[in-house]
Ligand binder design. Structure first.
Ligand SMILES: [Zn+2]
Length: 380
């Protein structure tokens, strides 16, 4: 009996990993010829000289205007954090992030499905960088727990003492400094998040979406973080909300679900745990400000940091508030983990739909942002 208990999980784990490798091979094939990775290693990220190399490599990637797959950084277990680039028809820039929480394997599936869609479909309006799995070590931990990974949230945290990956950002309004990689609570930011923050700071996307999954299906949907200036004053939520709801409506109209958007009664792009949206010009309360005790689940989220403009003491790092969406896919499970054919099909269809909402709306010319810096130029 004991032998079987050991054998079955190992087999299933192998199956899951083989499945993900197979889809990786497929998309690699679609993007041939394969390209060389960025000359980036975790060591490179700690050196200011190599930091310049980062921005050079990124500029080179964007200028080539061809579909490419690179390596953003290598993890502790020496896994590559993949960075895919798909050129757009405009000069606008988008960023898509999957797997901030390794436990949410379906979020990684949504990102990989988007990559497959873009590899064979029309060129999007936005140039887009996609990180399908930001914490691949944690995702593997999740995939290898075939006992109760959803119940235990296996793979959410990197270690027993690690802060939540989505609570490791600098204080809102402050830049990320590679020479002092500390979050708002002065904890060291994990390597994967350091690379992500450096990427955001160098790339400065016009819009970004972080794909998550949520265990309670009735909370799933597409949400937006309210943008503010660097002092936390609201810049207006309307267009951010419209974009999120456009995506949610598409998902709903095509047979999917996004109950957290409450489309039938009072449509909203406000995540259920977030404080109310402040009127334009008024102070926007953020959820981290309501936290009453310290812990690994407290800190500043990616959404809060990105949607807040940066105007720190180092002008080089200043940037506007970025339009920031958060997608919550219904459930952690991927089709390969479901027993019944019917359930697998339903899950695959939902993953396709969530990915299509990004491809067909988020990456197309809907609610296009004003050119960055235009307001400043007009004032001169
Ligand atoms: Zn998550």
């Amino acid at each position: 009996m004991k032998k079987i208990a050991l054998t079955i999980p190992a087999f299933l784990c192998f199956f899951l990993l083989a499945f993900s490798q197979q889809s990786e091979l497929l998309t690699n094939h679609l993007l041939e010829p394969a390209s060389e990775p960025f000359q980036l290693t975790p060591v490179a990220l700690y050196s200011s000289a190599q930091g310049d190399q980062f921005s050079l490599a990124l500029t080179g990637l964007l200028q080539q205007k061809t579909r490419q797959k690179k390596v953003l950084v290598y993890t502790k277990q020496n896994k590559p954090v993949e960075l895919w680039f798909f050129p757009g028809t405009s000069n606008k820039k988008a960023l898509v992030i999957g797997g901030m929480h390794g436990s949410e394997l379906s979020s990684i599936e949504v990102a990989n499905t988007l990559i497959a869609q873009l590899a064979t479909g029309e060129i999007p309006f936005y140039n887009v960088l996609i990180i399908p799995s930001l914490f691949p070590d944690n995702a593997q931990t999740a995939a290898c727990d075939t006992a109760a990974r959803v119940l235990n949230n296996t793979g959410r945290y990197t270690g027993q003492q690690s802060a939540d990956p989505n609570r490791q950002m600098p204080a809102p309004g402050q830049p990320f400094l590679i020479r002092k990689p500390l979050d708002a609570a002065t904890r060291e930011i994990e390597t994967e998040n350091q690379a992500l923050l450096q990427l955001i700071q160098t790339y400065v996307p016009d819009r970004l979406i972080s794909i998550h999954s949520i265990r309670e299906h009735n909370k799933a949907g597409v949400f937006a973080d309210p943008r503010t200036d660097c002092n936390g004053n609201a810049l207006g939520f309307d267009t951010d909300q419209q974009l999120a709801l456009l995506m949610a409506c598409y998902i709903g109209s095509a047979g999917g679900i996004s109950p957290g958007n409450n489309l039938d009664a009072a449509p909203t792009a406000l995540y259920y745990l977030d404080p109310p949206i402040a009127p334009e010009g008024k102070k926007q309360v953020r959820s981290y400000q309501l936290q009453t005790r310290a812990g690994r689940g407290t800190g500043v989220s990616l959404g809060t940091w990105c949607s807040t403009a940066v105007c720190g003491i180092t002008p080089d790092y200043n940037r506007p508030a970025i339009r920031t969406l958060t997608m919550e896919f219904p459930g952690y499970l991927i089709p390969a983990e479901l027993a019944a054919d019917e359930d697998q099909k339903k899950c695959s269809a939902m993953i396709e739909l969530y990915a299509s909402s990004i491809r067909s709306y988020f990456l197309q010319a809907f609610l296009v942002e004003e050119p960055m810096g235009e307001t400043l130029l007009a004032e001169r």
